[in-house]
Every structure is written in structure tokens, then in C-alpha cells.
Design a protein around this ligand. Sequence first.
Ligand code: PLP
Length: 480
Amino acid sequence: MDTEEFRIRGKEMVDYICDYMDGLSSRRVTPNVEPGYLRYLLPPQAPQDPEDWDTIMADVDTKIMPGVTHWQHPRFHAYFPSGNSYPSILGDMLSDAIGCIGFSWAASPVCAELETIVLDWFGKAIGLPDEFIASSPGSKGGGVIQSSASECILVSMLAARAQAIKNLKKDYPDMEDSAFLPRLVAYCSQEAHSCVEKAAMICLVKLRILEPDERCSLRGATLREAMEDDVAKGLVPFFVSTTLGSTSCCSFDNLTEIGPVCHRFPAVWLHVDGAYAGNAFICPENKPLMAGIQYADSFNTNPNKWLLVNFDCSTYWVRDRIRLTSALIVDPLYLQHANSDEAIDYRHWGVPLSRRFRALKLWFVIRKYGIEGLQSYIRNHCQLAKSFEVLVKKDSRFEVVNEVKMGLVCFRLRGTDRLNQDLLASINGSGKLHMIPSLVKGRYIIRFCVVAEHANEADIDHAWEVIQEHTNDLLESYTI
Ligand code: PLP
């Protein structure tokens, strides 16, 4: 494809995208296909000769789109939002065109510099302590974009592990690093995302999964008892992962209690995962939910969930960047450069070497919407969740099972888990609405998340009508 053809096809693609976005509501939310459906539609070998663009695009309509789950659909209420907006798409387009691999300042200076500046903007907007802001006087911290919250938690744990081993080695300098692993213990709540467990698996350390209180919030006393218990057994607490806005029910761990507990164990790294809800701290009225953040060593939130930025863009800040990078630095000659003392080299802040120019899309989104526009977006979702909560509470057949503070409502039919499983299967099977289940306090619940950028009251009413229709049919079938 030469430039002239790209000019034409690119414009056609923008039209295709606009038609796709505007026409989403006429599609099923979820595809109606069986596993392996695509094998029957595509040839077993790659084409030997170049193909015509129109033929390829025709296959998009007939073969690819039928297998898509439409996350941007106004009736998609599953998981958490998958960030998306036109400014973000344009940012990614430009980033793809520039096509640089900004692993160090020298590899493409603007990649590193824009990333630091935009992370400072966003960090200040959500109210992170000054220590996390790279440009604050005397700051040793700063922010970076990672691919996912899972990666943020993994690198935090890796850094904490390196620090803990270094401390232990002071007393046993001749021992191998790996010899200390059996003594290290990390902690999280039952409500923490499964990626904490995965990080512990990768790091080869123990993870103690603690019981939260009746509001699904991990409390300081529970953590303190677990840590003291472990210390008495000769183990070494080294890492605590807390959550602000849990995946199952958007609950908030009690950082004001947990923070001081961690500080009693000086080597413990406290991470705060706000993958979804952290974005909402951009609104002043939500900032009380991050009380205690001053105790954190690191914090992450995903604009690619709830701030209109396309995947991947997980923003991550640390209080002390040397504590992070000292666990991750390897420095072959071919990656070194003359400005490494005064410049940030993000290759030392994470697992991959190669990095896309992801700051561009975050910068586009923040500038195009402004902080006010982003606040309105978040507030609209929170308000709509409240409207949905009111509808559920009006129907005595249902109960709401979480405290609705953000855009997530967890609810269930009063009755057995089986009844709720049948209800969700019936709704999802219709392709009219998509929600997912979870377990909260051992009970099966249905999660309804406000997701679409321009979601409105009519969407909420429509969703509730669909849920009621399926409930009526289901309850009727149970009584026959
Ligand atoms: N933490 C929380 C609270 C989440 O809700 C999720 C995913 O929904 C994750 C972590 C994992 O996110 P990622 O897919 O970015 O790794």
C-alpha cells in the first residue's frame, strides 16, 4: 500500500469506524457463534499472492464482525468499561504512524518526556501526594504507563521482593537470593483481583489472602494480626496489595488503618490498586475514598478502563523510583546513552524493553475533554448507576448487594444462586444485554456496570426492562 492508497483507505476506515460506532445499537451485544467458527470461514493457509483491499474489508463484515463482542455497545454492562474515544483512537493512530520504540530517553526523547509530564498532570488531577509527582520539588517518585494493572502489581511485588532480599542479605551475605524466598509473605484481601495471586506465583512467594469485613473492606486489624502471626513463625512480611474499587463489587480497603500497620514493618511495600475506581478520584467528591493514600509506596489506575483511553494505558506511580528500578535494571552497552543521568529511561520501570508511544493518546484525551469533561463523564456514570440502583430497589424480588459509589451495581434475585445463574444465562443468551456474575461473600451476584461513553437514563431504563422481562419469564417457568 503506497501513501496515495493509504490516504484513500485511511479515510474509508475512519468512515467505517464512525458507522460502526453509530450503528452499534442495531447489533447483538455478544456474538452468536460457536468455538472454532472462524476455522470454517478462513482458508487454512496464508494467501500466497497479495489480496485486494476491498476483498479483505468484505471479510471484515462477513467473517470478523460476527465474532466480535461489542464492548462499546450501549447494552454492554459486563466487566468494567473498556476505555475508548475518538481523541484516543486518533492518538493511537499517530503513535502507530510514528512507530518509535521509546524504551529510553535517547530512543525517542518525547516519548519519555511526554509520559512523565502527562503522568504528573493526571497524578495531580486525582490528588496523589506530591512525592508521586516527578516535578514536585525534591520528589524521588514519578509515573509511568504500563500495559495493565496486572503488570503494575507484578513490578511492585518484584521491587518489594528485591528490597526484602537485600535487607535479609545484610545478615546472611553468603546466601543465594533464592534461599530467602520461602520466608517472604505478601498479603491481600479476598476481594483483590486475581492478578495479585498471579504476581505471587511468578515471584515464588507466599500470598496470604485475608478476609475483608462485612463491607468487603480489608481492615487494619486483620492485616496486623496476620503479619504478627507470620513474624512469630519466622516469616518476613514484604508486600501488601490493597484495592480501591474491587472487581467483584467495587469495595474499598481501609487504607487509613492499613497504612499505619504497614509502616510498623519498615520493609513492607504498600501497593494501592485503583484499576477502575482510581480514575474517579479526578472528581473532588470522590477523593475521600482514597484517604490514606499518603501511606502508599505505589498506586495504579487504568485510564483504559474508565477514562476514555484505549487499551493499553495503565498509569502507575511510585514514591521512590530508585526502589522500583533497582529491581529491574540491566544495562547492556547497546542501550546506554550519554543523557542517562538526567533523563528518565522507562525501560527500567517495567518488564518489556520495547514501549509504544502511549502517552500521546492520554495527552490527547486529557486535552480534548479537559479535566471538567472527564469529571462530567465519570459523574454521569456514577449518577446512572444510582438510577439503576433505585430501579432494582423498587422491585422487591431483587436486592442490591454492594454499596453503589461508582458505576457498578451488584444485584441478585432473592432466592438461590441457581435462580440467578438461570436469569443471567437467559439475559446473556438473548444477546440484548451483557452482564457477568461474580461471587461476593460466597453468594452469586450479577454485576451491572455503566460502560458506554454516552450512556443515558434511557439506556438504564431499557436495561432494566430487559432484566424484568427475563425475570418474569423465568419466574413463570419456575412455577409451571
Ligand atoms: N485490579 C482490578 C481492581 C481490576 O478490576 C482489574 C481488572 O478488571 C485488574 C486489576 C486487572 O486489570 P488488567 O487487565 O489491567 O491487568
